[in-house]
Ligand binder design. Sequence first.
Ligand SMILES: [Mg+2]
Length: 391
Amino acid sequence: MTRTAPPLAPVRIRRIVAAPLLGESPKGGWSNEIRAEDSVHTLIAVKTDAGITGHGSVFTDGRLVQAALGVLEPLFLGENALEPERVSEKLHQNTFWMGRGGTLTHAISGIDIALWDILGQATGLSIGRLAGGRHQERVLPYCSLLMDEPEVMADEIAKYREEGFRAFKIGWGPFGRRDDAKLDAAIVAAAKSQLPAGGKLFVDAGASDAWWPNGLKWALRTADMLADHEVDWFEEALVPDALEDFVTLRQASRLPITGGEVLTRRQAFIPFITRGAFDIVQPDVTKVGGLSEQRRIAWLARDFGVKYVGHGWNTALGLAADLQLATALPNVDLVEYIGGSAYVDRIIERPFGLDADGMLAIPDEPGIGVTLDPDKVARYTPDGAAFFAAD
Ligand SMILES: [Mg+2]
């Protein structure tokens, strides 16, 4: 047998450009709330000498991403964009002394997603196929909404139910922050009352917020309340680093315990997965190190009997990356979809749409499978022309 196909010629990185998104940043429910003009989500364009551009997304302030690109430039200039895992790891390995797991890791996440996008475009394959194959053609998105007073919460769920969503997550806002267990229960009951038949409801305490006031006893009591309401998971019930308390909570709780959205680097997940802190782990592909890192975390979790659900909801590209892993990995039954975000719904050529079953199709076009629309992106970033320039 002969193997005659020549190797693909290298595709060299010429520039990497960041586009901070501003103007319609969705609220986070944070105690120090995100303002519309704050940039917490940033798009990345990796430009190459072959005329192929890859796009990615970072959940971090655009100014930090731009600074990170300056630091990383000597390491990525001229690199072969067809080797995402090697190039991303090179960036990680050579910057360990500058705050691994922080802004640089976040920025590398966007670069890594863009490199996978380039590899897909160069080979004509979707990232899902490149990363292992297609286990499924569609997946259930859960609509992520901020908690609010019970009546408002019920109206919000009803609004997105009418748009076709069948699963919901409510979180942050007043929940757990007013020392009022009756209010917390009333919000959950109001949301439950508006679910479609067979619908799911997840609850996110958002304990990574500044000055989270509660500990293990609150989490145990609240988990009981949520189980009584037949809630489908309890997310970030404890401050993010409370490993031992998470282990205790998971063992004691009747409903699944989830978390991990603020952890970065695959290494940070090892104790949480191997010690049994979570029933479901939720790495964020736009912070954790990108697709290369997220995929390894998801496989590690699987090998320890822990489910994986992605948290890359921040932009259409984060969601698109999660969709590719939702097919490349076995048994992924959900992706997060933030309700009403311009940066998810209004920056790509063909917006995401739910089918009659409330499911999202997983694109099988080359690369990340969705295409940014320059005119739409230009509404939310200061210099869209530079971001999309062909140079
Ligand atoms: Mg969360």
